[in-house]
Design a protein around this ligand. Structure first.
Ligand code: CP
Ligand code: NVA
Length: 300
């Protein structure tokens, strides 16, 4: 039984096969499928979500399965029931658990007790399903991943970690630009050693973006950081993807963002709608990669 808690839980070969399957599923959308007939998937969300919640729900339904939604308002996880007990019970009912939680440790603890595959729907540290959709989108727009110059501008937390590590595993040259103290954790940089590509932390956004094929950003204020909003707006002020910054990228560079975006903060609103914006494809591709992931972990 496999889980998908981090982007490197599938090796390079498995990831490439999953992406190939996702492309087939995308092309075949609308054809009836029944691989998850008779199977139930629980979605447990401790934080808000549009894309992840809706794309997983539609993915399970389109594969013939059923979804049960759970969260803090209708469970007592962390407020009287330990997550291990919750996971152990849920695993007796359903065939898979998709969970968005604050702490990666809590997710790992759920996975240790669930007895069914657990999929990370975002934690403070990782967002591996986003990484799969990002890589599929880059393949569609740019083709080859080996040697691709990928710049991330913003905090080195969940999205930068997962998309950065997955791309580095697939041979890309990843540069992450963050203010001092807000970069990738040292353990993530260590993890990148020995991968086919590279993962480098810098402070200067221009240095990261120079000649890049892809420029990616994420919110300055992640879910759970709302109390620090004002301080973060000061600290991240120059980490904005706008026309000025894009002038340093390759002429054919594309712009990416996991969404939700705060226009005028980390991204210029107009850029989101230009031809070079891949934002909407990224969001759509969540559906296709997660279908492929559900088939890999739950079907058969
Ligand atoms: N990108 C992403 O995970 O979006 P949601 O928070 O809306 O699920
Ligand atoms: N870093 C963001 C990603 C949202 C998909 C957050 O954690 O809120």
């Amino acid at each position: 039984m496999k889980n998908y808690l981090s982007e490197l839980d599938l090796d390079v070969e498995e990831t490439m096969a999953l992406l190939f399957r996702a492309k087939q599923l995308k092309a075949q959308r609308g054809e009836p499928r029944s691989e998850l007939a008779g199977r139930h998937v629980a979605l447990y969300f401790e934080k808000p979500s549009v894309r992840t919640r809706v794309s997983f729900t539609v993915a399970v339904h389109e594969l013939g399965g059923q979804v049960i939604e759970l969260g803090p308002s209708n469970t007592k996880v962390g407020k009287g029931e330990d997550e291990r007990d919750f996971a152990k019970v849920i695993g007796r009912y359903v065939h898979g658990l998709v969970a968005r939680v604050f702490s990666q440790d809590k997710l790992q603890s759920m996975a240790a007790y669930a007895g069914v595959p657990v999929i990370n729907a975002l934690s403070d540290e990782r967002h591996p399903c986003q990484a799969l959709a990002d890589v599929l989108t880059i393949q569609e727009r740019k083709g080859e991943l080996r040697g691709l110059r990928f710049a991330f501008v913003g905090e080195g937390n969940n999205v930068a970690t997962s998309t950065g590590l997955l791309l580095a595993a697939l041979g890309a040259q990843v540069r992450v630009a963050s203010p001092a103290g807000y970069g990738l954790p040292p353990a993530v940089l260590d993890q990148a050693q020995g991968l086919a590509g590279t993962l480098t932390q810098v402070e200067d956004p221009v240095a990261a973006v120079r000649a890049a094929d892809v420029v990616y950003t994420d919110t300055w204020i992640s879910m759970g950081q709302e109390a620090e909003a004002e301080a973060r707006r000061q600290i991240f002020g120059r980490y904005r993807v706008d026309q000025d910054l894009m002038r340093h990228a390759d002429d054919e560079a594309i712009v990416m963002h996991c969404l939700p975006a705060v226009r005028g903060e980390e991204i210029d609103g107009e850029l989101m709608y230009e031809e070079r914006s891949a934002l909407w494809d990224q969001a759509e591709n969540r559906l296709h990669v997660q279908k492929a992931l559900l088939l890999e972990l739950l079907a058969g």
